[in-house]
Design a protein around this ligand. Structure first.
Ligand code: AMP
Ligand code: FE
Ligand code: FE
Ligand code: ZN
Length: 297
């Protein structure tokens, strides 16, 4: 797909409500400065970023979608999944089930952090959770924040090094995270009036096309409505395959940069490493689908 003449959009953005470094207000300001046509804030396991964006007010030149990114457990037939994330768009932010489930996920994160710090101190690092909290303020703490604290204390030379040597999956300070099932992730997003999309399929450990197709088909049966085909780290052939898959199975396609501010400095809002572009039309199709859902409800 190439619609470079259309305004760009960014449907995958992290704010200070999770592990991004810009506040929702700063994200909206930046989106406006870059003339983006539409933006969604998709924080990990929280809708506080979307709530805050609506509270500060959406600039009239920008179409805004509420969002979330859930880390889910893959279907049982996938033994290793890689990053299995489900994005949700157009959620009613006051939905009870959604808010309650997010609270459970946030509590699980809160219980996990002391375990990570405990492992780090057993490895000889003199660090407390209080220090990490002080660094990042009130927001939901995760491994990126712990990595930033390690960097600040001079224990590592980069965030990447902290993940590669200590915090990444299978590394000595790694602690697994509680995940909801993919069925539940899809259900709570749809229950809140939203549209569930499979995030960044290239980051899954499923590399064989037929296997990815099997996964997508099985997820569609239980409520998946689209694929994030456009993502800065997707090679062109992969993007083409995801578009083909979406076409074949009547799924929406979406795209976004996974902007995290200075946590991932190489990725810029809307344009990724520079020439990434998501056409406005994809926002319109997503929004049409939301309107149809709302009409049926
Ligand atoms: P957590 O939510 O605590 O499991 O941490 C996962 C988050 O860490 C992801 O959403 C990424 O934003 C971030 N992350 C994972 N690997 C890296 C890395 N090598 N460098 C920077 N950030 C990373
Ligand atoms: Fe993140
Ligand atoms: Fe993700
Ligand atoms: Zn993300």
């Amino acid at each position: 797909m190439d619609y470079r003449n259309q305004r760009g959009i960014d449907l995958h953005v992290h704010s200070t409500a999770s592990d991004g470094t810009l506040t929702p207000a700063q994200i909206l300001e930046l989106a406006q400065a870059q003339h983006l046509g539409a933006v969604a804030i998709t924080d990990h396991d929280t809708i506080d970023g979307s709530k805050e964006a609506l509270q500060v007010g959406i600039p009239s030149s920008i179409h805004f979608l509420t969002g979330v990114e859930l880390s889910a457990a893959p279907p049982p037939f996938l033994r290793r999944s890689g990053s299995f994330h489900i994005l949700g768009y157009g959620l009613r932010l006051d939905d009870d089930e959604l808010n309650q489930t997010l609270l459970v996920l946030q509590n699980a994160r809160e219980n996990r952090n002391p375990a990570i710090i405990e492992r780090l101190s057993r490895l000889g690092f003199d660090m407390t959770l209080a220090e990490v909290v002080e660094m990042v303020g009130e927001s939901q703490i995760g491994r990126p924040h712990i990595a930033r604290a390690m960097l600040k204390k001079g224990y590592v030379h980069s965030i990447d090094e902290a993940f590669d040597r200590f915090l990444g999956t299978g590394k000595p300070a790694y602690v697994d995270k509680y995940r909801i099932s993919c069925q539940r992730a899809l259900d709570i997003i749809r229950g809140a009036g939203g549209i569930p999309i499979l995030a960044h399929p290239y980051l899954l450990s499923v590399k064989v096309p037929a296997e990815l197709e099997k996964l997508v088909v099985s997820l569609k049966k239980i409520g998946l409505e689209g694929i994030e085909a456009l993502y800065p780290e997707h090679p062109p052939q992969a993007t083409a395959f995801y578009e083909e898959l979406a076409d074949r199975h009547h799924l929406l396609i979406t795209g976004g940069t996974d902007f995290h501010g200075s946590l991932k400095p190489e990725i810029q809002l809307g344009i990724g490493t520079g020439d990434f572009h998501v056409p406005f039309e994809l926002y319109e199709r997503l929004n049409d689908r939301l309107a149809r859902h709302a009409a049926r409800a």
